[in-house]
Design a protein around this ligand. Structure first.
Ligand code: A2P
Length: 269
C-alpha cells in the first residue's frame, strides 16, 4: 500500500484516535509486530489496511498505511512492520512499548479482500517481506477456508529469520479453535529465501515462471477458470507478478468489479 506520508491539517496536539499497545515482538533487526486495542466502532474486512502512526514533533500526526494482520473477528488489532532506520515513522514506532499509545484512523480500505475475487478453486497468496501481513489476517478468517478448496501461500524473504512471522502463523493455524478444522488438508505453504540457504530458494516470480512451484506442490499451472491470486509486496514485485498473471490470462479485480487477482503494495518506508 501507499508509503506516502500523510499529515492531517486539522490535527490538534491532543492525541486523536488513540489506541493502547498491548504487546510487541521483535523478529529481526528489520522486522517487528505489535498488537493494540481495537476501537469498538472499527469494522473491517480481512485484508484491508488502515492509517496508523504517532504524533509528530510538530504536533501533527505522522501516519502510514498498514495492513491489519489480525482477522476481522479478533478483539485486538495486530500489525507487522519493517524498521527503517531513518524512516520518519518506523524509526520511532519500532521502540513502542506495551501501555504506550499509537494513533489509528478507523477507516479501513483496500483491494486485498475476498469480495474482489470471483469464485474459484484455489487461492494463491503471494507475498514478499511484510507483504505477508494482510494474509495473516485472511488466513485466520473462516471465510477464506469456506470459499476455497486449496490455499497456497508463497512467502519470500531474504533470509530464514525474516520468514519467522509467517511460519509461526502457518504452524499455529491447525490448532486455531475457530478455523483449525477448516484448514485441514487445504493449506500449501511455500516459503523461500533469496539470500540465505534454506529448504527452498528463489524469488516467487522465478518459481512461478520456471514452473517449479507447480511441480513441487503437484498443482497444475495457473488457470483463469480455477485460480485466484492475491499479491502483496514491493512495487517492483507487484509489477513483475502482474506481468506473469496477465500472461496466464488472469485479470485484475476490484471491489466494484471482482476478477481473478488483486494487488496491494506492502508498507515499505
Ligand atoms: P532478492 O533478495 O533477490 O532481492 P526486501 O527485503 O528487499 O523487501 O525483499 C524481500 C524479498 O522480495 C527478497 O527475497 C527479494 O529477493 C524479493 N524481491 C524483491 N524484488 C522482487 C521482484 N521484483 N520480484 C520477485 N521478488 C523480489
Amino acid at each position: 500500500m501507499t508509503e506516502q506520508l500523510k499529515t492531517d491539517p486539522k490535527a490538534t496536539p491532543v492525541l486523536p484516535d488513540a489506541q493502547t499497545v498491548t504487546s510487541v515482538r521483535h523478529y529481526t533487526d528489520r522486522l517487528f509486530a505489535f498488537r493494540c486495542t481495537r476501537p469498538r466502532s472499527l469494522r473491517f474486512r480481512s485484508g484491508e489496511f488502515v492509517m496508523i502512526g504517532l504524533m509528530g514533533e510538530t504536533g501533527k500526526p505522522l501516519l502510514r498505511a498498514y495492513s491489519i494482520a489480525s482477522p476481522a473477528w479478533d478483539e485486538e488489532l495486530e500489525f507487522y512492520s519493517i524498521k527503517v532506520p531513518d524512516g520518519p515513522l518506523t524509526s520511532r514506532l519500532q521502540h513502542i512499548q506495551p501501555g504506550e499509545q499509537i494513533i489509528l484512523r478507523p477507516k479501513p480500505v483496500g483491494t486485498l479482500v475476498l469480495d474482489a475475487l470471483l469464485p474459484g478453486k484455489r487461492l494463491w497468496m503471494l507475498a514478499t517481506g511484510t507483504g505477508i501481513a494482510p494474509f495473516a489476517s485472511l488466513l485466520r478468517d473462516p471465510e477464506t477456508w469456506e470459499k476455497y478448496a486449496q490455499v497456497i501461500v508463497m512467502h519470500t524473504c531474504r533470509d530464514v529469520a525474516e520468514l519467522r512471522y509467517g511460519a509461526d502463523l502457518v504452524e499455529e493455524l491447525p490448532e486455531d479453535p475457530l478455523i483449525g478444522e477448516l484448514v485441514a488438508g487445504k493449506l500449501s505453504y511455500y516459503p523461500t529465501t533469496t539470500r540465505e540457504d534454506s529448504p527452498r530458494r528463489g524469488r516467487i516470480t522465478d518459481n512461478l515462471q520456471s514452473g517449479k512451484v507447480f511441480t513441487d506442490l503437484g498443482i497444475p499451472p495457473l488457470d483463469p477458470a480455477q485460480d485466484r491470486v492475491m499479491v502483496c509486496g514491493s512495487l517492483e514485485f507487484n509489477r513483475d507478478i502482474q506481468k506473469i498473471l496477465d500472461a496466464a490470462g488472469l485479470n485484475e479485480g476490484a471491489n466494484s468489479e471482482p476478477a481473478q487477482y488483486v494487488v496491494e503494495k506492502a508498507f515499505v518506508g
